[in-house]
Design a protein around this ligand. Structure first.
Ligand code: SR1
Ligand code: MG
Length: 395
């Protein structure tokens, strides 16, 4: 028997009222608290709760995909998000909301309420995002990538995460299907191409054998390269901004995987935004450059400061370490480009679409934006660097 039930606002009020520490964070009496449902992602219910002394964000799993009640799903995704937050918060500090509590029966995650922040995708859409946010995301990925890797900690600690997050199979299956497979399968019922405008482009993509081979290599990278603990779904809907305060949220897809996957998903979403708003292409390219300028030196510094932290690389001389760092970062960039390509394509013709395309002025412009994203995605998957792919696709 479990006491799980989906909480509405009043049930959540009672639930928080019965937990002294959480109630104290809100202050006042439960009747004073203002609860707002702010569910925005595809999967879960999210409430913001504000009291006289503070705010909480409460996220609960549903037994199905929130936006598709026919798609049934186990409840354990918030369990993995809670574990992920606890695993990486020592390394990223205020780059994510503070973790407060997790109720394993209700699958209810309680964290710091970010009442003034906005989802980055929305802030980009309405023009309120301040340039430069990608430096913080580069820092976030640099820190999580190094500290949770085989270079950053003893193998016993890494293997615990390998074992823990290997059980996040429901959400990993979603990624394998929606990101790494479905868009390349003709007539896959979960795909949502813009028909008929994209029919020709989609048919070409799905009959492209070189592309399928390259996607197969990325499938292997994704599943067979547990380099570090990944966020697993690091797109612009998983970032919140308020001025220059940037927070990463929504780590429920966490798994051990290739570092370039987190980078690629994030950068792919910046490129998607550039496809939808071509006049912002230079801004998005600047954000991409900023991301790398933040991640790469940080990753090297963390490694230099702790050359013996992990069991991989502990024998390297300073000179060999520098070569190893350069090689590792080159590989991360290469993976990132491929995964960014997958993200561009799946957000354009796959199940989980993005609001960015609604920013185009009309259907002709939208189809053009989508075709550009498909071309960009294809080039990236086939091995182009981001600069080369952007150069070729934005004429
Ligand atoms: C059914 S879940 C669809 C998508 O939403 C999440 O945010 C992930 O991006 C997933 O692929
Ligand atoms: Mg999400």
């Amino acid at each position: 028997m479990t006491s799980y039930r989906p909480l509405d606002a009043e049930a959540l009020r009672a639930c928080l009222g019965a937990r002294a520490t959480l109630a104290a964070r809100l202050g006042g009496a439960p009747a004073d608290w203002v609860l707002r449902e702010v569910s925005d992602g595809n999967l879960n219910t999210v409430f913001l709760v504000e009291g006289p002394s503070g705010a909480l964000c409460c996220k609960q799993s549903l037994p199905h995909v929130r936006v598709d009640p026919d798609w049934k799903m186990p409840l354990d995704r918030t369990d993995f998000e809670a574990r992920y937050m606890q695993a990486v918060s020592p390394f990223v500090g205020h780059l994510m909301p503070e973790f407060h509590a997790f109720d394993a029966e209700l699958h209810l995650l309680v964290m710091e309420g970010l009442t003034h922040h906005r989802v980055l995708r929305t802030a980009l859409a309405d023009g309120t995002a301040a340039a430069g946010f990608s430096a913080r995301i580069g820092e976030y990925v640099g820190r999580t990538a190094f500290h949770t890797s085989w270079r950053g900690r003893p193998f016993e600690a890494v293997m615990q995460d390998v074992a823990r997050f290997a059980r996040n199979t429901t959400l990993t299956r979603i990624t394998v299907d929606l990101v790494l497979t479905d868009p390349y399968v003709p007539d896959c019922p979960r795909n949502r191409p813009l028909s008929p405008d994209l029919d020709e482009a989609v048919a070409a993509l799905q009959s492209d054998s070189a592309l399928r081979d390259a996607v197969s290599r990325l499938q292997e990278r994704f599943l067979c390269c547990p380099q570090a603990l990944l966020h697993g779904d690091l797109h612009t809907g998983s970032v919140m901004v308020h001025g220059d305060d940037v927070r990463v949220i929504d780590g429920e897809f966490a798994l051990m995987g290739p570092i370039g996957f987190d980078c690629g998903l994030y950068l792919g979403n910046l490129l998607l935004h550039a496809c939808a708003r071509p006049e912002r292409r230079e801004w998005m390219q600047d954000e991409i450059a900023l991301f790398w300028r933040s991640l790469e030196p940080l990753y090297r510094d963390l490694w230099d400061e702790r050359p013996q932290a992990g069991d991989v690389g502990a024998l390297l001389s300073p000179d060999s370490r520098r070569s190893a760092q350069a090689a590792a970062l080159r590989a991360i960039r290469r993976d990132s480009a491929g995964f960014a390509g997958l993200e561009l394509i799946r957000r354009t013709i796959g199940y989980a679409q993005v609001a960015d395309y609604a920013l185009t002025p009309d259907r002709v412009a939208e189809a053009e934006a989508r075709r550009r994203a498909l071309a960009l995605g294809r080039n990236l998957i086939l091995g182009a660097t981001m600069d080369e792919a952007v150069e070729a696709c934005f004429q």
